[in-house]
Design a protein around this ligand. Sequence first.
Ligand SMILES: Nc1ncnc2c1ncn2[C@@H]1O[C@H](COP(=O)(O)OP(=O)(O)OP(=O)(O)O)[C@@H](O)[C@H]1O
Ligand SMILES: [Mg+2]
Length: 412
Amino acid sequence: MIDKVRRRLSYKYTAIIAVMLLFFVIGGFTMCKYMVHKVIADTMRDALTAEIREAEGFGMGKISRPRETVMVSDISSIYSYAYWFEDNRPVFAEHPKNEKIAELCLEKAVQAVPGNGLEFFSLRDEENNLWQFYMISGRTAKGKVVILVNVTPLKLLSGRYIYIWLGALLLMLAVARGCGNFLADRTISPLVVLLERQKRFVADASHELRTPLAVLLSSIELMEMTDPKQPLVAGMKEEVLGMSALIGNLLELARADNKQQILHRELFDVNGLIEGTLAHMNSHKDIRLINGCGKEVLVKADKEMIRRLLLIFLDNAIKYSPEHSEVIVRAFREDKNCRIEVEDHGIGIDEEDISHIFERFYRADKNRSRQTAGTGLGLSIAQEIVERHGGRIEVRSTPGKGSVFSVLLPDE
Ligand SMILES: Nc1ncnc2c1ncn2[C@@H]1O[C@H](COP(=O)(O)OP(=O)(O)OP(=O)(O)O)[C@@H](O)[C@H]1O
Ligand SMILES: [Mg+2]
């Protein structure tokens, strides 16, 4: 139980820390991207203003022949190229060194609409290299000025940064997991100490109570022998027997909690065990106990614990069934596992009770339970036994018709 709480707490803490870190990483990444974009946009806007001033100052109308310059810059240099247009006719142009890219850039500059703000586009050269540009344009008295900036190296760098961010993200998730576990341990440790103390108390108290109860029982039996018809003595005996059963169950659970029970696995035939257990069951009720499995079913498990499991299920099946009904026990192989089922045609269990019957001291239908003796610990012990074997218990029940308790035991 404590492990389940610890696991749940650890998941919750991990999720909270991971969300916080994710927020931080994604926020940081977006912020960086925005800052780089803003710096480029501001620089290009300033460059455009300067270029427009230069073009106006030069008096574009005086340029009779277009002037063109091929720059030495290639794909790997962050470089800007200016274009002046007079009535959409290029009068001044700075071209990248690559001819195809120079041609495509000029086309883009021709299409540029002043006032559109910063635009992004990419082009491929003859060698299929991807060139990436930002473009901005502004109006002049007689035409327009366009500025292109090759940002390919920047984009490549930011592509590489994505991996760094992703790496950081994974690292942070691992940190979140570690912190989650640490916090869960810190939260749960006082509870563990308290529970340990409580378990030790239950174990010690039930152990100490066993001896006086045994003495009491033998004294009652002595009184019974001297005066067999005394109803008071019979009542006392019943109470003491009930209390002994309760103390025995508590001690058993306390030992299971303290992991004091060692599993002695051995290979045995479940069919034989069922046969023997049914033969030794004695009940004051007229109920037919049937062994529904005909052949040998071998399993490697703790035989004494499985016998205890069968006794718990059979005791319940008999206790919660009417006179003259049947209880059937089956065992069979299911893939590599062994399944044991105990079926009765008794009172059944309401759906809302099914999820609680394995809880300690839980007894369904309080009024009816008072009439049948019991401590509400039988199924808790059964569950401990099955869990110790790495198996699981399932219950199918129809109120008024009966129940099937089914256990799946893995071989190892
Ligand atoms: N075969 C069954 N048919 C109907 N109800 C059942 C059956 N088995 C268990 N129950 C319900 O589940 C409850 C819990 O069962 P559990 O064996 O743990 O306790 P108990 O039988 O009341 O007491 P004890 O500790 O003496 O076994 C029972 O009180 C009963 O209401
Ligand atoms: Mg029981």
